[in-house]
Unconditional design. Structure first.
Lengths: 103, 501, 641
């Protein structure tokens, strides 16, 4: 079976859509974080795919997705740390309740 | 090299003070740094005057002196740190140095956060001095902003009464003026040279090019004039002044009324009139009407106020109105009068605010209805207040008379009947001034003691005396030897006013 | 020039003022008083030397072809407005300034001396002497002025010294408001003076007196017939300048400050508000007289104002009960005589005798009015009241004062051989020469003068003999009686000075010869006035009371000075304060400031309105973002298709 570019892009788009949906609707900060990861990974896939299909002789896309994965890991770690700290402080990770720092 | 230019040190010293203050650990060190810095500034200013007169005497009749060592800042817009002074800037620098000096002593017991207060104070002086020594429009504007912003914090943090409101109002109104100003400056910049030649921000070059098209002048002149006019308390953009002054701490009121408001007058003439003589001539009548109103209106308004600071704020509106009024008369004598009035108003208003601050610090009220007979209790402050009042109502021998008479005589030399009639209207303010000054003096100082608690109050302390005496001497010096100052100013105003001859 | 030492009469007092003002508090009262008096003594000697040298001294160019010259012995540039308009501070010696030197220094020295006794024990004694020095300095500077702006400068300084001295008892509300009133009223008049100077200098391009007066015709014609509101600008200028003079000299309707100014210490009233400062207006007109003489309209205005004031003030003086007020109104009336005399003077009429008469009267009046005030001071000192009702029969207790006061009264009433007779006679002669109307008018006023002065005299020294209790009045100390004796002697002999030889409008000699018809009439009128007063007031009786009841309305109106003060009060408080200042202040706070606040509030509420969108919730933002992105994408696609 021939693998066309579309077969990669459609799942990536679905993943991205799920990520956005989750990001908008979830109340739990962890869930939001997971949605964020989904979106990032969808983009990573796109990078790799475009690189593979459009510029097969070059590696920039691949490197960029690797770089983004590393960055995502760091970002998640930081975000988790913040979430944990927030939880410790207010015993809650519901994003709608966390209005203490507003205005 | 710019370091060989004496003028740059007027900016360096306050910045050094700022650094020094940051390192201070206690109030004693703060005071030491402030006094040393202020004294150095005053010495430098006096030295500058001597140097300047020496150069002039030696026959150096360039329009601006001490222009060596311009430094490029931002190439695409041709912004330089370009310095230079003429007679008018020299006297303004001298004035600023005096007021900074007196201001330091007036805020000797500043509480709380004395260190931070003096740091902002230094930043403010940096802006003021920088403004007077620059001849590059943009640099001038930058220093202008540097002088304005600290005002917000100085009033907001150290003020009294409804201070947040006043600080906000003052800053926003002046910023509004700045917005006009910015537009005006950029407009001038883009028309600063005839087509095909490089554009410039340098005031002298723009003036000698005289390339701003007349149609643009009609637009840019009101922009810049109003922009600076807001700071010069021009009717109807003066309302920041009463509230701002009423809330500001003593030294800030002094510096603000004494020097900052002069930035307005100075800017009006150095940028609006100097660079756009055509529009100045054509549109002067509009602004003359406004400033003429300012003069009488401010005075009438002061007559019924009951807060000491409001009275002086409105009297400042009247006196500063006179400055702009005289500038718009567009002749040498009136211009000289305007600068003299800036000097005189600067010194005597600073004196007023210093004394009001000292009285307020003792009685904790500024309402004249709640005070009375203070002359018996604090004779030194009382006498100081009377002298300031007499200067304000134009007693010969003090600075107010000299300035006002020069303005009146100069304005009346105008060939046009409209201008002369308006001059007479402005003259009326001398009577109204007498009314409100004597009203205050009578209520506040004379008569029986109003509040028995005031009997235990003490007279001025040494630092307050020093501050007061410095200013009184300066006021008397201008009043007794006016020709010294007026000749310096006239000689600077003459070439500029030739544009209108 | 040899006479340049005259400048010392300015330097010594101003130095004394600064010295006593700054370190006075550290000195003892006695030291300060003696120092001030000594300095004034030296000043007096110098002033006499200068004046006598000018009139009689070896020739230094004072007299050329029988005309006394105007000598500018010093002229320092003080402030340069333009090339020609320069304020100079200088010393101008001519007949009138030399005469004024004598008047001012004499009276001032007497008052200094007198005050040693009168002000003894007062708080602020040092300050008092400092202010007296300031006043002397300013007044001398005024009369010696070489140009009109110098005169204006010293004019203002005189006003301030007067303010400070009237308000000397600054804890008393009456004194404070009187000083305020004096300053503001004269300031208002000075506004006219200033505008007059501005107009005059605009057309003539000079401030200098000599330039102005040496060729007045040319000065006037520079205006080129320009008019303003139907009057020639020069008439405006001269009238406005006269307005300044009218303010200082308390001419109707700017006279209201002078009676109140009596709140000051009595020696001050004698010096400033009787002898010297109040005649500044007369001096001003005299100084500019050649210019005025060209402008008939201005002179007419001066005459009318003067004549009316003379009558008005005399009428008010007849019913006042405060002895200082009576003297104050009599001063107003007498100064109005001088002003009228200048007004009716005209070079063509009778050799311009009015000018000489005016100056002569100024000279004699200064002496006898100072005498009267100093006597009044001694009386007040003795009975501790200003009211006539607290006095009576004082001739037994204070003989020296009594004689001195009588001399003063006879002098002011114009009884020969006292000084006032000669000068007043010249004024009447000048008035009759101009028009019989003014002559008769002034004669009537002269009669009233005799009446109210003797009313005062009898009320103080005769009338009844109230019970002073254990507080028996007694003669004042020597420092106070000496000035009385001295001024009394001067008041007797001053009339015999051949004044016309020294001071005339064209500075040529003029021989005074009494016109016995006029002199005789005026003596008779004066005697009638005195007789009337004798009948009514010599002994306690009810004639005055009955008369007052008969003309109740008139009497009350005169007692309240024809309600001029109330009128002013109404104008300042009800109109200027309530109808102008208050609305302006309101307008400023509500409308102007309100507009600014409105702008701020609109911005504020607008931002409150959009604040909802700034919820801080990232999820909402993402919604907005996505909707926006989709919309943009959709639009782009639609456009592309």
């Amino acid at each position: 079976m021939e693998f066309t570019i579309l077969m990669y892009l459609v799942p990536a788009m679905i993943m991205f859509g799920c990520g956005i949906y989750g990001f908008i609707t979830r109340k739990n900060m962890i869930a939001i974080l997971i949605s964020l990861e989904l979106m990032l990974n969808a983009v990573d896939i796109n990078f790799a795919v475009f690189n593979r299909f459009l510029f097969p002789g070059q590696m920039e896309g691949m490197f960029f997705s690797l770089f983004a994965i590393g960055l995502a890991a760091a970002e998640t770690a930081l975000a988790i740390a913040i979430v944990i700290n927030v939880y410790r402080a207010v015993r809650n990770v519901d994003i709608r309740q966390l209005t203490k720092m507003k205005f | 090299m710019i370091w060989s230019n004496i003028l740059i040190y007027f900016v360096i010293i306050p910045l050094l003070m700022l650094g020094g203050l940051a390192l201070c650990k206690n109030i004693k060190q703060v005071r030491a740094v402030a006094v040393v810095g202020a004294t150095a500034l005053m010495a430098l200013a006096i030295y500058l005057v001597v140097e300047f007169l020496g150069l002039r005497a030696a026959g150096n009749d360039a329009e601006m002196l001490f222009t060596e060592g311009a430094v490029m800042w931002f190439e695409p817009l041709n912004i330089h740190l370009a310095l230079g002074v003429d007679g008018i800037s020299v006297v303004m620098i001298l004035l600023s140095a005096f007021i900074v000096f007196a201001g330091v002593f007036a805020s000797w017991k500043m509480d709380p956060l004395p260190k931070e207060f003096f740091m902002w104070f230094c930043l403010l002086s940096t802006g003021v001095f920088g403004f007077f020594i620059s001849i590059d429009m943009f640099t001038m504007f930058m220093f202008y902003e540097v002088a304005l912003i600290p005002m917000y914090l100085l009033i907001g943090v150290w003020g009294s009464g409804n201070k947040m409101y006043s600080a906000m109002k003052l800053t926003l109104m002046l910023m509004g003026g700045s917005a006009f100003l910015m537009l005006g400056i950029l407009g001038i910049y883009f028309h600063s040279a005839p087509a095909g030649q490089p554009l410039t921000m340098n005031i002298l070059e723009i003036a000698s090019n005289n390339a701003v098209p007349h149609s643009w002048q009609y637009f840019l002149f009101p922009m810049t004039f109003v922009g600076f006019g807001v700071l010069g308390a021009m009717f109807p953009f003066h309302t920041w002044s009463p509230d701002g002054h009423a809330s500001a701490p003593t030294a800030v009121s002094m510096l603000h009324a004494g020097v900052l408001m002069k930035l307005g007058g100075y800017g009006c003439f150095r940028i609006a009139i100097f660079l756009m003589p055509y529009a100045a001539n054509e549109l002067a009548w509009i602004f003359l009407t406004l400033t003429g109103i300012s003069v009488v209106y401010g005075a009438f308004s002061a007559c019924v106020q009951t807060d000491l600071k409001y009275i002086n704020a409105y009297s400042s509106v009247s006196h500063c109105g006179m400055v702009l009024f005289a500038i718009l008369m567009l002749n040498t004598t009136a211009m000289t009068g305007a600068v003299l009035q800036m000097l005189s108003h600067g010194l005597m208003t600073a004196l007023f605010f210093a004394l009001i601050g000292m009285i307020y610090g003792r009685t904790h009220t500024r309402d004249i209805r709640k005070m009375g007979g203070l002359m018996q209790i604090m004779p030194f402050l009382g006498v100081g207040y009377v002298i300031a009042g007499l200067a304000s109502l134009g007693l010969p021998g003090l600075s107010g008379f000299v300035a006002e008479m020069t303005i009146f005589v100069g304005s009346f030399q105008h060939a046009d009947m409209f201008h002369r009639v308006f001059t007479i209207v402005a003259c009326c303010s001398i009577v109204i001034t007498a009314v409100y000054i004597l009203r205050v003096v009578g209520k506040l100082l004379f008569g029986a003691v109003q509040d028995e608690h005031h009997r235990t109050l003490t007279d001025a302390e040494w630092h307050e005396r020093l501050s007061t005496v410095t200013l009184i001497l300066a006021v008397a010096a201008i009043g007794c030897f006016p020709n010294f100052f007026s000749s310096i100013i006239t000689e600077a105003a003459e070439p500029i006013m030739k544009l209108f001859a | 020039m040899e006479l340049s030492y005259t400048v010392l009469v300015l330097i010594i007092p101003v130095f004394m003022f600064l010295f006593l003002g700054i370190v006075g508090v550290k000195l003892s009262k006695k030291a300060a008083g003696l120092l001030g008096t000594t300095a004034m003594g030296i000043t007096t000697v110098i002033a006499y030397a200068a004046a006598l040298t000018y009139f009689f001294g070896a020739d230094q160019g004072q007299v050329v072809d029988g005309v006394r010259q105007q000598l500018t012995v010093l002229d320092i540039t003080w402030l340069e407005f333009t090339k020609n308009l320069v304020i100079k501070i200088g010393v101008l010696l001519d007949p009138i300034s030399a005469m004024m030197l004598i008047v001012i220094s004499t009276v001032s020295f007497m008052v200094h001396l007198y005050s040693l006794g009168y002000m003894d024990g007062e708080k602020g004694f040092q300050r008092y002497y400092a202010f007296l020095s300031l006043f002397t300095f300013s007044m001398l500077g005024l009369v010696l002025a070489t140009n009109i702006f110098q005169m204006y400068i010293f004019w203002e300084l005189v006003g301030v010294s007067s303010y400070l001295l009237i308000g000397f008892y600054y804890t008393l509300p009456a004194a404070v408001s009187a000083s305020k009133k004096a300053f503001i009223v004269t300031r208002f008049a000075d506004l006219g003076f200033l505008v007059g100077i501005l107009i005059l200098s605009f057309y003539t391009d000079t401030f200098d007196f000599i330039t102005l007066t040496s060729n007045p015709q040319a000065a006037i014609s520079t205006a080129g017939g320009a008019t303003f509101l139907g009057c020639s600008v020069m008439t405006w200028a001269l009238t406005l300048i006269f307005m300044g003079g009218a303010g200082k000299s308390a001419m109707f309707p700017l006279h209201i400050w002078l009676p109140d100014a009596m709140e000051g210490p009595t020696p001050v009233s004698a010096l400033i508000h009787a002898a010297t400062m109040v005649v500044a207006g007369v001096y001003l007109v005299a100084r500019m007289f050649p210019v005025y003489a060209v402008d008939a309209t201005a002179l007419d205005i001066i005459t009318v104002v003067g004549a009316f004031t003379a009558f008005y003030a005399a009428a008010v003086a007849c019913v006042q009960s405060d002895i200082k007020r009576v003297l104050a109104f009599s001063t107003i009336s007498q100064i109005a005589f001088m002003i009228t005399s200048l007004g009716v003077a005209s070079p063509e009429l009778h050799h311009g005798v009015g000018y000489m008469a005016s100056m002569f009267h100024l000279f004699t009046h200064a002496m006898f009015k100072a005498l009267l005030f100093l006597c009044a001071g001694a009386i007040i000192h003795a009975v501790h009241s200003n009211e006539m009702s607290a006095m009576g029969g004082l001739r037994k207790y204070m003989p020296i004062c009594h004689i001195a006061f009588l001399i003063g009264c006879l002098a002011i009433s114009g009884i020969p051989p006292f000084a006032g007779f000669f000068s007043k006679d010249e004024i009447l002669a000048a008035a009759y020469a101009n028009s019989p109307l003014w002559g008769v008018w002034l004669s009537v006023v002269a009669g009233m003068t005799a009446f109210y002065m003797f009313r005062l005299y009898y009320k103080i020294f005769w009338w009844n003999n109230p019970d002073y209790g254990h507080h028996t009045p007694h003669e004042a100390p020597m420092t106070m009686t000496f000035p009385l004796i001295f001024l009394g002697l001067v008041s007797i002999v001053a009339g015999f000075i051949p004044f016309g030889e020294f001071v005339t409008w064209n500075r040529e000699e003029y021989i005074i010869h009494l016109d016995w018809t006029i002199a005789g009439t005026s003596i008779v009128i004066a005697l009638i006035g005195i007789g009337l007063a004798t009948v009514m007031y010599r002994k306690e009786n009810d004639i005055p009371e009955r008369l007052a009841n008969q003309f109740r309305g008139l009497w009350t109106a005169a007692y309240h000075r024809f309600y001029m003060d109330e009128l002013y009060q109404f104008i300042t408080h009800k109109i200027i304060f309530a109808r102008i200042s208050k609305p302006i202040a309101w307008f400023d706070r509500r409308i102007i400031d309100g507009t600014m606040d409105l702008l701020a509030n609109v911005t504020n509420s607008a931002s409150f309105a959009v604040r909802r969108m700034q919820s801080g919730s990232v999820q909402t933002y993402v919604w907005f973002y996505i909707v926006g992105a989709v919309a943009v994408a959709a639009i782009t696609i639609i456009c592309l298709i």
